[in-house]
Design a protein around this ligand. Structure first.
Ligand code: ATP
Length: 631
């Protein structure tokens, strides 16, 4: 097809509009610009002088011809034809005067609009249709303009077929996630030899739902499956199904499935399934119908697979809880594969994958970086490597160093370093606060080991005490939680003890400590007075970590008991922090002085100032022995 320049449709539309405006506003008078317009009084004078030969009346507009050429109108242009306007209230004397002067008078119906008028009537439709056409062709992503393909492409959406990608992604590119890989690996053989399975009447699952927090490699795994099996891969994000026109989403689904069936064996990957797959009948107006139609179409397509069609539909979501149960029924997305946030070993593996093409300095220990990045997803780790490489490049280094990784980790966790004018008094309070956390974390036996303490403001925080667990934790023992509460209270307690006042700096500590104490009492049965009952008022989302409110199912008396138990836990934590500070007052003073001077202290420096603790052989007993509620 000849490629039309992109601007051509707009230019044509503009030209049509210009012609209509120019000629169409006074339909039926194509030559009006040639006739000078004269005032009615001048016309009456010419009439009285017997100069007018013909007059055509149409509504209040009049055009006429003089018996000879005369200079007329305000510009005194020499012309024979003229136009004027008859007063809207009429002129009773006009007709007798015309008759008297023997003027040939014709009257034209004012609705006689002529071709221009008809066009004018259709103008809004022309404009609407033109814009629609233009929009379709643009949405279709046609490089060279519009044509039948534009609308086609629009209905197809941006489903992309990757047949021979430049670099084939395989399971080797997916680090960790061994369980998930094992589950989908079974499908590789089927996609390679579908006949082997269909001959024996084996029913291979057609729909696989990949669930997991954002960035854990769901898309990567789907691509790797296609890469391993060497089959075409159709990728669409479910949110792309939803357009402003009802029915487009369903049509796109139909086309994508048709195309995938034609190219079978193949893989369809629908990302963000929850954006169309939410429970039906819960939306209110808006794009709701479109979403339901699209969802219904997906369900219909999945039901419509004949046994022999080797098309596997993978879908990804991080909200499996909101999916319509119909999607999860047998024959649809009945195989569920969960991808978790990577543990330490997996983080090492992911870092290895992403540093394959990045020159790293000899001092870089990937295991150390992995240990310092609990809670990071695969995508976060990829980002960390990339940011560290960018920093090294910016500063002209040949290889990425530990410092680059460390700097970028802090930036990703807490935000960029901020230049902030802090008064000496406030800076001292900050050093006291952070040293309080550090001291308590150093001496309590079950607290996570310290990584560093700093009073350099970053992101929203003015200072920070970082601890890093030695191992990934899957369950949280009560001793560990109580030490953690005491560490959280350490900052405020140090301020209280040393400065004899508290400040708003403990805002986040108190919030986090209260939430944790509430979970200990209300969810994990760690209070003897409340007992092992579930008194949570909200539920944490399994993948997103967000709290979702729950209806209250316990009495007011229980609520009071919970409040009391929470308060006791927090008070106990504060007492333990105070005891540690009392016991190690000298070390605390030394730590504060060092922190004020050096601004940031690493683990070794902290050990040097504070002396031995549990990480050496000399584990100290907790300052306050057991005996509080829950122990
Ligand atoms: P979302 O839910 O946000 O769509 P996702 O789970 O689909 O995220 P991906 O898009 O697959 O995550 O991951 C983003 C990038 O992170 C990948 O391109 C890959 O480079 C990296 N990544 C994630 N997980 C892994 C992993 N297990 N091994 C190697 N790289 C990974």
């Amino acid at each position: 097809m000849n490629k039309m320049p992109k601007w051509l449709p707009i230019a044509i539309l503009g030209a049509v509009l210009a012609v209509l405006v120019f000629y169409g506003l006074r339909p039926g008078e194509p030559a009006r610009q040639a006739q000078p317009s004269i005032p009615y009084t001048e016309f009456k004078t010419l009439l009285a002088k017997g100069e007018v030969a013909e007059l055509t009346l149409k509504g209040d507009a009049a055009t006429g011809v003089l018996k000879r050429e005369l200079p007329i109108g305000p510009a005194q242009r020499t012309a024979q034809a003229f136009r004027t306007r008859v007063p809207a209230f009429g002129d009773r004397e006009l007709l007798p005067a015309l008759e008297k002067a023997d003027v040939v008078v014709s009257v034209v119906k004012s609705e006689e609009a002529g071709a221009g008028g008809y066009l004018l009537a259709f103008l809004p439709w022309i404009v609407i249709f033109g814009l629609y056409w233009w929009f379709l062709s643009r949405r279709g992503g046609m490089v060279g303009g519009f044509g039948a393909g534009g609308a086609d492409k629009f209905l197809e959406g941006s489903a992309r077929r990757i047949e021979k990608p430049g670099k084939r992604i395989t399971f080797k590119d997916v680090a960790g996630q061994d369980n998930a890989k094992r589950e989908v690996a079974e499908l590789v053989d089927y996609l390679r030899n579908p006949d082997k399975y269909t001959r024996l009447g084996a029913e291979v699952p057609h729909g696989v739902l990949l669930m997991g927090p954002p960035g854990t490699g769901k898309t990567l795994l789907a691509r790797a499956l296609a890469g391993e099996a060497e089959v075409p891969f159709f990728h669409i994000s479910a949110s792309e199904f939803i357009e402003m026109f009802v029915g487009v989403g369903a049509s796109r689904v139909r086309r994508m499935f048709d195309e995938a069936k034609k190219r079978a064996p193949s893989i369809i990957f629908i990302d963000e399934l929850d954006s169309v797959g939410r429970v039906r009948g819960t939306g209110l107006g808006g794009g709701h119908d479109e979403r339901e139609q699209t969802l219904n179409q997906i369900l219909a397509e999945m039901d419509g697979f004949a046994g022999h069609e080797a098309v596997i539909v993978l879908a990804a979501t991080n909200r499996p809880d909101v999916l319509d149960p119909a999607l999860l029924r047998p024959g649809r997305f009945d195989r569920h594969v969960t991808l978790d946030l990577p543990d330490r070993e997996a983080r090492i593996a992911i870092l290895k994958v992403h540093t394959r093409d990045v020159p790293v300095a000899e001092d870089v220990d990937l295991a150390g970086i992995a240990a310092g990045t609990p809670g990071f997803s695969g995508a976060d780790l990829k980002n960390l490597v990339n940011e560290a490489a960018m920093l090294a490049a910016r500063e002209g280094r040949a290889a990425v160093t530990v410092k680059d990784f460390e700097e970028m980790r802090d930036k990703l966790l807490m935000g960029s370093v901020r230049t902030l004018a802090i008064q000496p008094e406030e800076r001292h309070r900050l050093a006291v606060h952070e040293s309080g956390h550090t001291l308590v974390a150093h001496y309590l036996p079950h607290a996570d080991p310290l990584h560093k303490v700093t009073i350099i403001p970053r992101g929203r925080a003015l200072g920070a005490t970082q601890q890093l667990p030695e191992e990934d934790r899957h369950t949280l023992p009560i001793d560990y939680l109580k030490d953690r509460l005491a560490v959280m209270m350490g900052g405020r307690t140090a301020e209280k003890t040393l400065l004899r006042s508290v400040s708003s700096g403990a805002d986040d500590d108190i919030r986090q400590a209260t939430a944790m104490a509430r979970a200990m009492v209300g969810r994990w049965g760690m209070s003897e007075t409340v007992g092992p009952v579930d008194v949570r008022e909200s539920e944490q989302h399994p993948f997103l970590g967000r709290e979702i409110a729950q209806p209250r199912r316990f009495s007011e008396a229980t609520a009071e008991a919970v409040d009391q138990a929470v308060r006791e836990l927090l008070q106990e934590a504060e007492d333990r922090a105070a005891a540690a500070i009392r016991e190690h007052r000298q070390e605390l003073d030394a730590l504060i002085a060092a922190l004020e001077k050096e601004e940031s202290l690493g683990r070794d420096r902290i050990d040097e100032i504070l002396g031995p603790n549990r990480t050496t052989e000399n584990r100290k007993p907790p300052p306050i022995a057991a005996g509080a509620p829950g122990e």
